[in-house]
Design a protein around this ligand. Structure first.
Ligand code: KG4
Ligand code: ZN
Length: 397
């Protein structure tokens, strides 16, 4: 089965082609057009801006994807008047996409694709709609079944492709020792999921306010660092840990002041809260005299303390969940899974408890379409008119 997958839930337009034969999965194309450079200028993602970028990028990226997978065959195709009319109706809200779509579809022979998988939520609705409507139009013209995919299920399944350059690899989906505990940490989510099988998910805990990634982004902004903040905080924190070894760059007094809370560390549940941690950083900075007054070393030390606090809570609750549900396997997914400190500490604790901990390979932490293709393989198709193809910003697993 060959799957074409489409992902536009946030700030990456992504397409991929996955070929599944028996237990073997081969990545035939993997394309991502990131909008991060644009959103960095504004300090965050504005949904309508993201939508416009997806609409501009998706058709050229689709042609690239076909070329990369070897499925591109140039051929003059005449669309019937009815086909064209229906395409215009499907794409009515993504107007800038209509002409490029019609041009593309009248120059490409229908490739051997068995299903199209598309992210329908959760995410930014205007952004999601671009992928959904593009997928619907394509599914209609080529008469290929369409499968709705939950973005968070994609993040769970993103652990399967191996660590190397993903697209060169064939991989197999190993049998997981269910029940599995999945920690999903992204810009919009912080969830602990009990997974009894692929497709069977129960939410056992989640953030009561900000998501972990959101907290990294907000603290980064407080510290004057660019969006998205996760990688920047992480880089500063690492520097602080390294110079701490040679010791003494901060005055003891100052060092003592940089202490942040570990919210809900000892609450007897699997919920999280990151908003207070962010506020604590804000107050700490105020007490230190403001961002203009602090040294680069102090900034690093704040980043280190913040990362320590966030990671400590995530690790403790995830391990506790695995123990409670007698799970021998933990899967971590979502953008924050790129965090090296989280990975190192969770792997270490997991090992001590005899629990296998899996993280996505390096180019699959953040949003991509390979994970959507894997989820699409396990999912079920639905008719084009189905309610499943409505963008659902808050879709749950
Ligand atoms: O999954 P993702 O790409 O998009 C969403 O679905 O939200 O996650 C993006 C989030 C951002 O908040 C970003 O700051 C965070 O992941 N992130 C990190 C790191 N890399 C990305 N957070 C902490 N450490 C990192 N190294
Ligand atoms: Zn994501």
């Amino acid at each position: 089965m060959r799957i074409l997958a489409i992902e536009t839930s946030c700030d990456e337009t992504a397409l991929a082609v996955l070929n599944v034969s028996g237990k073997k999965y081969k990545i035939e194309a993997h394309q991502v057009a990131s909008q991060i450079a644009l959103h960095t200028q504004y300090g965050g993602v504005f949904p309508m801006m993201a939508k416009r970028e997806h609409s501009r990028n998706i058709v050229p990226l689709f042609l690239e994807t076909l070329k990369e997978s070897g499925l591109y065959k140039n051929k003059k195709v005449t669309l019937t008047e009815n086909q064209e009319k229906k395409i215009r109706t499907i794409l009515v809200r993504e107007e800038e996409m209509i002409e490029p779509f019609l041009t593309a579809l009248s120059t490409v022979q229908k490739p051997k694709i068995d299903r199209i998988a598309v992210t329908v939520g959760p995410g930014l609705e205007p952004a999601l709609w671009v992928g959904i409507n593009f997928a619907k139009a394509l599914s209609f013209v080529w008469d290929i079944p369409l499968v709705p995919v939950n973005h968070m299920e994609g993040h769970i399944l993103s652990i399967f492709p191996p660590e190397k350059e993903a697209k060169e690899e064939e991989f197999t989906i190993s049998d997981l020792p269910f029940p599995v505990i999945s920690l999903l940490v992204s810009g919009g989510h912080t969830e602990l999921i009990l997974m009894k099988a692929i497709g069977k998910y129960t939410l056992i805990g989640q953030t009561r306010d900000d998501a972990a990634g959101e907290a990294f982004d907000k603290v980064a902004r407080i510290l004057g660092l660019p969006y998205p903040g996760g990688p920047h905080i992480s880089r500063l924190a690492k520097q602080a840990r390294e110079w701490k070894v040679e010791s003494g760059k901060l005055k003891v007094e100052e060092q003592k002041q940089i202490v942040l809370p570990r919210p809900m560390l000892n609450s007897n549940d699997f919920d999280f809260s990151f908003s207070g941690l962010k506020t604590a950083v804000l107050y700490l900075l105020r007490d230190l005299g403001g961002i203009e007054k602090i040294s680069e070393e102090t900034k690093m030390e704040i980043a280190r303390e913040f990362e320590d606090a966030a990671v400590e809570v995530l690790v403790k609750k995830t391990i506790a969940a695995a123990k409670k549900y007698k799970s021998q396997s933990i899967i971590v997914g979502g953008g924050v899974s790129a965090n090296n400190e989280l990975k190192a500490r969770l792997m270490e604790k997991g090992q001590a408890e005899g629990i296998t901990v899996s993280f996505p390979s390096k180019n699959l932490h953040t949003d991509n379409a390979i994970m959507i293709a894997i989820a699409g393989y396990f999912g079920k198709s639905a008719p084009l008119g189905s309610k499943k193809f409505i963008a659902q910003g808050n879709l749950e697993l």
